[in-house]
Design a binder for this molecule. Structure first.
Ligand SMILES: [Zn+2]
Length: 491
C-alpha cells in the first residue's frame, strides 16, 4: 500500500468511525427523550371509564353472534332476513339508542346513528364498523361458530373479533351515556355497513354517498384495522398499537396464452401451459422492488424508539440505513409485503383431459398494491419480467390503494391520547393495512381516516381472525367499550 493509499484508507476509516459515533449518540438521545415523555403521562390522563366492568356488552355480543349475517360477493346469495333479525335484536338490546339516535338511512340493510354533541360548531366524529361476517366451516371449529359460546374468559364465535365486537361496543357506549343523560363532546355519528367482507358496494359506499349528498364532513373517521399487538417484534417488550392510515390496493390480473394444442403423445414444446408456467416462475423470482412508504417509515421509526440499541441505530437513522432495512424486511414473509407490491399466482388452467395439450392456458395473479403503484405500473413491470409478447394480460378486478391520511392532526393526537389512556403501556404508530376495510370508501367525506380496533392481543390471537375458533377475550370486550366511552366524551 503506497503512502497516498494509506492516507486515503485512514481518512475513510475515520469518516466511518465518526458517522458511527454520530448515529449512536443520535439514537441514544432520541430514545432517552422518548422515554422521558412516556414516563410523564400522569394519573389524571387515565381513562375515566377505566373501571367500567358491566357484563352487558359481553352478553349482548354473545347474542349477536347467533345471527348469520354472512355477506356474499353476489348479494342475491346473502340472507338479508338475517340482517332484519339482527337489527331487531340490536333494537331490543339498545332501546334508548334506537329511540333517540336512529338516523334516516337511504340504503337498505345499513344502520346510521347520530348523537348530538355539546359543541355543534365543530365537525362530527364518525365511528364505523360492519355488521356482516365471513362464512365459517363448522368442521374446523371446536364450538359451533354461530352460537356464541363463553369459555375460559373468551367469547367464541364468528364476528366476536371481526367485528361485531365494535358494533356492540359503540352502541353500548351510546346507551350508557344516554342512561346517564350525558352528551358527547362533539356530535358523533356511527354507521354500520352490511357487506364489508364481500365488497362494500351496498354498505360503506352507499352510506358515504349519503353523507356526501347531505353535505356532512367529518373531523375523523375511525374504522376497524390495527390493534394493540403484543410480541410484535423480537426485542421490543412493549405492545405496539398499530393504526392503519392507508390500505394497499387490490388487483387481479389474468395471463392468457393461446397456441396449438394437440395430442400429448406427439408434443411440441413449449406448450401454452409451459409458457404460462415459465412466466409464473419469473414473476415469483422477481418480485417488485421494495419501497418504504410513509406509514411504514413511521412504523420503523416508532419501533426504533423502544428497540434495543442495535435495532435502534438501524431504525432511527433511516436516511442512512434504509438499504439495510429493505434488505432485512425483504427476507421475511410479512415484512416483505409491507414494503412492496406483492404479485402472487393463485389460479391456473390446463386442458381437461390427461392426453390433451391445452390450446389455451391462463393463470391468475393476485396483486396487493402499495400506495404509489397502480395497475398500469404493475402490468408494465410484469411485461418486462416475463418478456413474452404472446401472453395476453387483462385486468379482472382493480381497486386502487387508498390515499394516506396525515398524522400531524388534532384528530390523530386525540386518538393517540385516548389509546394511551386505555392501553397505557403501548407504543402507538401508524401502519399500512395489507387487507381492505370499509374506511377507504369515506375519503369523500373526511381527510383523517384511521383504522384501529381497541383490543390488545398477541400474534396467535390476531391469526384467529377469519379463521376457525375465532374468539375475543372478555377483557377486550370491556376495553373496546371503555375506549369508545372515553373517545366520545373527550374528542
Ligand atoms: Zn372486518
Amino acid at each position: 500500500m503506497g503512502a497516498m493509499n494509506l492516507i486515503l484508507f485512514l481518512t475513510l476509516l475515520l469518516i466511518i468511525v465518526l458517522i458511527l459515533i454520530i448515529i449512536s449518540i443520535r439514537t441514544l438521545t432520541i430514545q432517552r427523550k422518548f422515554k422521558k415523555q412516556a414516563n410523564s403521562v400522569t394519573k389524571e390522563q387515565s381513562n375515566k371509564y377505566i373501571n367500567y366492568d358491566s357484563e352487558e356488552p359481553i352478553n349482548i355480543l354473545t347474542g349477536a353472534i347467533k345471527y348469520k349475517t354472512i355477506s356474499y360477493k353476489d348479494p342475491s346469495l346473502t340472507d338479508w332476513k338475517e340482517f332484519d333479525k339482527f337489527h331487531d335484536y340490536l333494537k331490543e338490546s339498545f332501546p334508548l339508542t334506537f329511540e333517540k339516535l336512529s338516523y334516516p338511512c337511504d340504503s337498505p340493510n345499513n344502520l346510521i346513528f347520530k348523537f348530538e354533541g355539546q359543541d355543534k360548531s365543530v365537525k362530527p366524529l364518525l365511528l364505523i364498523a360492519h355488521q356482516d361476517v365471513v362464512p365459517a366451516n363448522e368442521a374446523g371449529w371446536d364450538t359451533p361458530p354461530f352460537e356464541g359460546i363463553k369459555k375460559d374468559g373468551y367469547l367464541y364465535g364468528r364476528g366476536s373479533f371481526d367485528v361485531k365486537i365494535l358494533v356492540i361496543s359503540i352502541l353500548q357506549s351510546f346507551e350508557e351515556l344516554l342512561r346517564k343523560n350525558e352528551k358527547p363532546a362533539r356530535t358523533v355519528f356511527s354507521a354500520f355497513g352490511c357487506d364489508e367482507e364481500s365488497s362494500g358496494d351496498n354498505g360503506a359506499t352507499k352510506i358515504s354517498e349519503q353523507f356526501e349528498k347531505e353535505g356532512i364532513n367529518f373531523e375523523m373517521v375511525l374504522d376497524e384495522g390495527g390493534a394493540v399487538a403484543e410480541d410484535y417484534i423480537k426485542g421490543i417488550d412493549k405492545p405496539i398499537t398499530a393504526i392503519g392510515i392507508a390500505e394497499k390496493g387490490y388487483l387481479d390480473l389474468k395471463l392468457t396464452r393461446v397456441k396449438n394444442g394437440g395430442h400429448s403423445s406427439t408434443p411440441n414444446f413449449p406448450t401454452a401451459m409451459g409458457e404460462i408456467a415459465s412466466a409464473i416462475e419469473k414473476i415469483e423470482k422477481n418480485q417488485m422492488k421494495p419501497r418504504i412508504t410513509k406509514p411504514i417509515k413511521d412504523l420503523i421509526h416508532n419501533l426504533g424508539l423502544s428497540a434495543p440499541f442495535g435495532m435502534g441505530v438501524l431504525f432511527l437513522n433511516q436516511g442512512l440505513t434504509s438499504p439495510i432495512i429493505k434488505k432485512a424486511f425483504s427476507g421475511g414473509q410479512t415484512t416483505s409485503a409491507l414494503i412492496r407490491t406483492t404479485i402472487t399466482p393463485t389460479m391456473m388452467s390446463g386442458s381437461n383431459a390427461a392426453n390433451i395439450i391445452a390450446k389455451e392456458s391462463w393463470a391468475l395473479l393476485n396483486c396487493r398494491v402499495l400506495p404509489g403503484d397502480s395497475d398500469e405500473v404493475i402490468i408494465k413491470y410484469i411485461k418486462k419480467i416475463i418478456n413474452n409478447d404472446n401472453i395476453k394480460i387483462t385486468v379482472v378486478n382493480y381497486k386502487e390503494p387508498s390515499p394516506i391520511s396525515t398524522i400531524n392532526t388534532e384528530a390523530w393526537n386525540t386518538l393517540k391520547n385516548t389509546i394511551k389512556r386505555t392501553f397505557p403501556d403501548s407504543i402507538t404508530t401508524s401502519f399500512l393495512m395489507m387487507g381492505g376495510t370499509d374506511a377507504k370508501h369515506y375519503h369523500n367525506v373526511c381527510d383523517n381516516i384511521y383504522r384501529f380496533e381497541p383490543c390488545q392481543m398477541n400474534q396467535s390471537e390476531i391469526a384467529k381472525m377469519h379463521n376457525d375458533n375465532e374468539r375475543m377475550s372478555f377483557d377486550n370486550i370491556h376495553n373496546a367499550t371503555k375506549f369508545y366511552l372515553d373517545l366520545i366524551t373527550t374528542f
